[in-house]
Design a protein around this ligand. Structure first.
Ligand code: PGA
Length: 259
């Protein structure tokens, strides 16, 4: 059984005070959510304070990025995964489309970051997804499989336990336009096949694949009913405690049969 993950990506929003306020508001609202892992990703500056204030709760922390370098050193502006673990982080989002598009992150960088996350014994949430132009050209699967093989090559079987994939079609991020549950399911099943071919059927069956892109309280349960959707990476709707809690506590319908 793959335990679902509902993760909130706060992006570049909230001061330390606002982050703490949000985390504390969220805590009681998701306290009974044992059906899934609840993860929030505040900005770097708020991680330590939020971690301290959440101690003993079921909410886990993610960082939104990390250095490609495993070891500390002269890399102005960068943060290692060991430093992130040191402040209480359990997950690191790697290769988000905003980082790929705005900060020119390549698959090679995604691979280095993922390896760094694994070396620090944290879990990487590796983001993949095609743009609208790529979907319209009919190359969505090619793009996603390229990102997966480029970003995740060289991993051993035990490394795979520390990998979560987030499929986030770029055209659905922050646009209010979600992929339909069927569109998302199709790509998730494809990602699982790519994993089975590249690694093993066992690793593919254990892999958690999250959907991201305009996930809201009113579309989460339809997405989660799909057999290959194992959670969500939520941006906009994770910035407010009530709406994120509604997503965490989604209406659990029986999951459709596996494809
Ligand atoms: P969104 O963002 O939910 O605001 O579309 C998702 C993401 O970028 O992870």
């Amino acid at each position: 059984m793959r335990k679902p993950v509902i993760a909130g990506n706060w992006k570049m929003y909230k001061t330390v005070g606002e982050s703490v306020q949000m985390a504390l508001a969220l805590k009681p609202l998701v306290a009974n959510a044992s059906h899934c892992e609840v993860v929030i990703a505040p900005v770097f500056t708020a991680l330590k304070t939020v971690a301290d204030r959440l101690e003993g709760s079921n909410i886990k922390l993610a960082a939104q990025n990390c250095s490609t370098e495993i070891a500390e050193g002269a890399h102005t502006g960068e943060v290692t995964t060991t430093m992130l673990r040191d402040v209480g982080v359990s997950f690191v989002i790697v290769g988000h489309s905003e980082r790929r598009q705005i900060y020119f992150e390549t698959d090679a960088m995604v691979r280095l970051k993922t390896q760094s996350v694994i070396s620090a014994k944290l879990t990487a949430i590796v983001c993949v997804g095609e743009t609208l132009a790529q979907r319209d050209q009919g190359i969505a699967e090619k793009v996603v499989s390229g990102q997966l093989t480029g970003g995740l090559s060289g991993l051993t079987a035990s490394d795979l336990d520390r990998i979560i994939v987030a499929y986030e079609p770029v055209w659905a991020i922050g646009t209010g336009r979600t992929a339909t549950p069927e569109q998302a399911q199709e790509m998730h099943a494809f990602i699982r096949r790519v994993f089975a071919d590249g690694h093993s059927e066992k690793a593919a069956q254990a892999l958690r694949i999250l959907y991201g892109g305009s996930v809201k309280p009113d579309n989460i349960s339809g997405l989660m009913a799909q057999p290959d959707i194992d959670g969500a990476l939520v941006g906009g709707a994770s910035l407010e405690a009530e709406s994120f809690a509604k997503i965490v506590n989604y209406d659990r319908k029986p999951r459709k049969a596996n494809s």
